[in-house]
Design a protein around this ligand. Structure first.
Ligand code: ZN
Ligand code: ZN
Length: 447
């Protein structure tokens, strides 16, 4: 971070260099595109679910090694780190996630995934890159190539981080626990992208400040006293009690959280009982809680507990039968983009990709564990941008005819590879070079 001020004073200067370099950058991206296209289709047809990214990780490691990166594998599961040292300067971390989803692809594309695997629950499942992490990895490898090709334009250390298990919220946490920030140079900045099915390919989205919410997964187990379904007065029905709790949870966001603070409480699953005529003695509910601040998070968790416990008491249950709770570790922190770093990025994008190709996007209540890279003991500025991934013609038609646009995790999500990947590589590498800009070149130009 200490380099930031020096570099910022020279930032108008570097933009001139990049404008001059834009043509060279374009022709290099065009030159490497056939290899990237082949890599994309390989990854797309060979998806692996969270924590099983063995072959994917090995392939990315191979790509980085062949470019001269010093690669370490097996960090926090199948995580990998490729280091490229290029003289004195800041340390920049670029992250790509690598996992796919346990679902069937239904795009009908000639290179659609038909893969099946044994899921983390032991059951057979289809696998597909329906969140587009194959796009992320392809752009990541393209960026790694660019940073080698344009080595004279930057100084510093590049950390290329391939992260497993983003979809389960475990990957970044596991890499940190495995000493990512102790075994490798501590980054001054971290950047990443996510593809966006609602933005046309060729476009980029940014958002200074809050981008994605903090995520909690919580189980509430409600106890009761079992009885015959025809004699409810002889037991305490945990199904009726759970229904009361679900109703009461609706007042957490509407009556406990300030209307200006975004928050969500969703009960996504309720399971209890077996047959028509038995009142069971247990119900389990699965909740997701979303928030942007630790205070709101704390209020939601304590409210769920307070409501559950007091309704259990009101139902006449003894202290030994109060509800019990489980909250998934780790919690995914909210993703807050650094304002200065995001503004720097927008400048680079507007100057090199086009003023009309860059749009501000809205914050959402989905989560992303990229947030964790900025939240370690020494906090660092991070930013994630959105990479337009859909066919512009299709988006236009969908808007005109009111058609549904398949979003992330849809079996029909089908990114348009070429313009998406080319724009991603150009955007990511020019932004990286701007963060790591070479002062010597700038001083030479000044003479
Ligand atoms: Zn996803
Ligand atoms: Zn994703």
């Amino acid at each position: 971070m200490r380099f930031n001020k020096v570099f910022l004073t020279l930032s108008s200067f570097i933009l001139t260099i990049f404008t001059g370099q834009a043509q060279t950058v374009d022709s290099y991206v065009n030159k490497i595109y056939p290899e990237l296209d082949a890599l994309y289709k390989h990854l797309h047809q060979n998806p692996e679910i969270s924590s099983q990214e063995k072959e994917t990780s090995a392939r990315i490691a191979l790509e980085l090694r062949s470019l001269g990166y010093d690669v370490t594998e097996g960090i926090g599961g199948y995580g990998l780190v490729g280091v490229l040292k290029n003289g004195p300067g800041p340390v920049l971390l670029i992250r790509s996630d690598m996992d796919a989803l346990p679902m069937e692809e239904k795009t009908g594309l000639p290179y659609a995934s038909t893969k099946k695997t044994i899921g983390n629950d032991g059951k057979e499942t289809y696998v597909a890159h329906s969140c587009g992490h194959d796009i992320h990895m392809t752009v990541f490898v393209g960026t790694a190539k660019m940073m080698v090709e344009f080595k004279d334009s930057w100084r510093g250390t590049l950390l290329m981080v391939g992260q497993p298990a983003e979809e389960t919220g475990m990957g970044a946490w596991k890499m940190m626990n495995d000493g990512l920030y102790e075994k490798f140079p501590y980054p001054d900045y971290a950047i990443a992208l996510h593809d966006d099915p609602f933005l046309p390919a060729g476009m980029l989205g940014y958002k200074p400040g809050p981008l994605m919410a903090g995520v909690d997964m919580m189980n509430v187990t409600v106890y009761g006293e079992g009885a015959h379904g025809a004699a409810p007065h002889k037991g305490i029905d945990p199904i009726v009690l759970s229904a009361q709790m679900i109703q009461a949870y609706q007042t957490i966001v509407s009556r406990r959280i300030a209307p200006t603070d975004p928050a969500v409480v969703t009960v996504g699953s309720i399971q209890g009982g077996t047959v028509h005529n038995i009142i069971p003695d247990e119900v389990t509910m699965k909740l997701t809680l979303r928030s942007y601040s630790p205070e709101v998070r704390e209020e939601m968790i304590s409210s769920v507990k307070r409501i559950s416990e007091n309704l259990a008491k009101a139902a006449g249950l003894p202290d030994s039968k109060m509800p019990t709770y489980w909250i998934r570790e780790p919690h995914t922190p909210a993703l807050i983009n650094d304002v200065d770093l995001t503004e720097q990025m927008v400048k680079v994008f507007k100057n090199n990709i086009g003023e009309d190709k860059v749009v501000e996007v809205e914050a959402q209540m989905i989560g992303e564990d990229f947030s964790r890279f900025g939240m370690q003991e020494r906090k660092i500025p991070i930013t994630m941008f959105y990479l337009g991934a859909n066919d512009p013609e299709f988006l236009k038609e969908a808007e005109e005819k009111g058609l549904d646009i398949p979003g992330l995790h849809s079996p029909y999500f089908a990114p348009l590879p070429e313009p998406t990947i080319k724009t991603g590589v150009k955007a990511m590498s020019l932004f990286a070079m701007d963060i790591l800009k070479n002062q010597e070149i700038m001083l030479d130009e000044k003479k």
